[in-house]
Ligand binder design. Sequence first.
Ligand SMILES: Cc1ncc(COP(=O)(O)O)c(C=O)c1O
Length: 408
Amino acid sequence: MNVSNIRKDFPILDSRINNYPLVYLDNAATSQKPRAVIDSLVDYYENYNSNVHRGVHTLSVKATEEYENSRIKVKNLINAKSSTEIIYTRNATESLNIISYSWGKKNVHSGDDIFITPFEHHSNIVPWQELCRDKKANLRYVPLNGSGDIDMDKFRSQLSQRTKLVSITHMSNVLGTLLPVKEMIKSVRATPAVTVIDACQSVPHMPVDVQDLDCDFMCFSGHKMLGPTGIGVMYGRSDILNEMPPFLFGGDMISEVTYESAQWNDLPYKFEAGTPNIADAIALGVACDYLQDIGLQKIWDHEIQLGEYAVKKFKSLKNFKILGDRSKEKRGGVFSFHHEKIHPHDIGSALDKFGIAIRTGHHCAMPLVQSYGIVAASRASVYLYNSNEEIDKLIDRLSEIEEYFSGE
Ligand SMILES: Cc1ncc(COP(=O)(O)O)c(C=O)c1O
């Protein structure tokens, strides 16, 4: 991968922050956007701004075509069977909530079990807590073994005919850990449960194939994969989506309305009530093209290399510890770290003085961060445009910060 050429496509990477060149290592929170994505937003508003699915005039036809083309690009990216299985939402959080409200409301009953893992983002915890409270169902956590990995035998032994839904993150946004989702989904197939993959941290970074994984639902956000904010995806298997009640009611999601009642539209429109986020959906399609042109396997290999390089370099620091055990097979380019004596917010602010952007806090995964006996951590997360030199800058500055605070 030619990182210096890739960087030229991202205008923001030329910025200077506090007089230092920007080193952007907060990609797990949101990615930067290439010029092609930014241009596509302007192009829509300047040249064919119009509503979709409603008009016969030229602008509306063009907007509809571009909007539906982007759905095909997303379908191809994750190898769904049909573009009708791609539902546009605002973000992964909304996608997960739709599954909880719509599928959960109809199919989860008192005494049923819903499983999630201890690695989840709040977006993949709170909707299930609410559903379980509402339905008097049990929210259970997939068990871990002594090394902190999923205990597959124990998990299988806890599955039953009462298991109705299993929702798993593909990759932890705190530790970079990849979960054995394929194996877990295979085990769940012996139960009536549907499987949901939170792919926020995987789809932007590695090849993902929903048919190969055999999951029932997959959720992810456009803004973490070079696309704009405000657009997300809920993939669902068409047989399941067809059986689900709509989540929002109104225009576009109907096929016929009388004064008394209404019939629902076909997929995917049944789940896209009202005027959708046209410009951002189209720009997400452009982001998919960008990722596919470079190649997700190449991007993944690059990030693994950066992660390994960072872990090696971290060893030169005296008292910074990376959370979790990092073995190549299990970790992507996200790593959280902790210093016994320096608060993460001090680390984040000190790095910012040198133009280095990382994330500090609980990373919307309070239970997981707290399981390490801390309330907050620092997190660096890489993407296709990051380089070893940027990791060097991070480590050098952390070393200075460590020295500075040890003198206090
Ligand atoms: C693993 C994971 N799941 C869900 C989310 C929620 O994404 P969004 O805020 O775009 O809905 C995030 C965002 O950080 C995440 O990392």
